[in-house]
Design a protein around this ligand. Sequence first.
Ligand SMILES: [Zn+2]
Length: 213
Amino acid sequence: MQVNTLIFNDFSENTYVIFDETNEAVIIDPGCFYEKEKNALVQYFERKNLKPVKIINTHCHIDHVLGVDFLKEKYGIEFYASKKDEYIFDFLLVSAKMYGLAVDKAPKIDKYIAEGDIISFGNSELKILDVPGHTLGHIAFYSEKEKFVITGDVIFKDSIGRTDLPGGDLDILLDSIKNKLFLLGEDFTVFPGHGEPTNIGTEMMHNPFLRFD
Ligand SMILES: [Zn+2]
């Protein structure tokens, strides 16, 4: 599998495109909003000769879903996310207005996914962990074989996700990090929702928000 990062919208959100030797691709957290960002993503698929097959989201905050409807329409593909994050859509338009973004409707989740489900594409698969705390239905996608995890806004290099938005809870977030993500193993590469990649071992040692005694 190849993991590629495109950085989109006013929140510098990481959109990940993952594909394998079959050229089937999944898009994780499509944040493309402006025309030039949508064009950049389409051109990326064309240049690499990729076939987008699924949109899968770590969570449904506005900066992670801005490109969902565009991709659903353009490629006729489905949007997979946690049912437990649907509450966010109740105030998505209010959030958009607050940030000055012209958004007229929330996307619709086509398939609900949670821990225990497997995302398949090409010859590859990603497993799912429930990692709530930043939102109620936050999930992470990982490859056991290739030792990487897409963590959304749960953990960042030297930081952790905010817990002051609706559905956020610091104790639950820390539990998700300690008892889910850290158990994957120190050698797992972490691809977060914002900022640069890191790995589990580095964050265990150096993340200032994660001093577990
Ligand atoms: Zn978020």
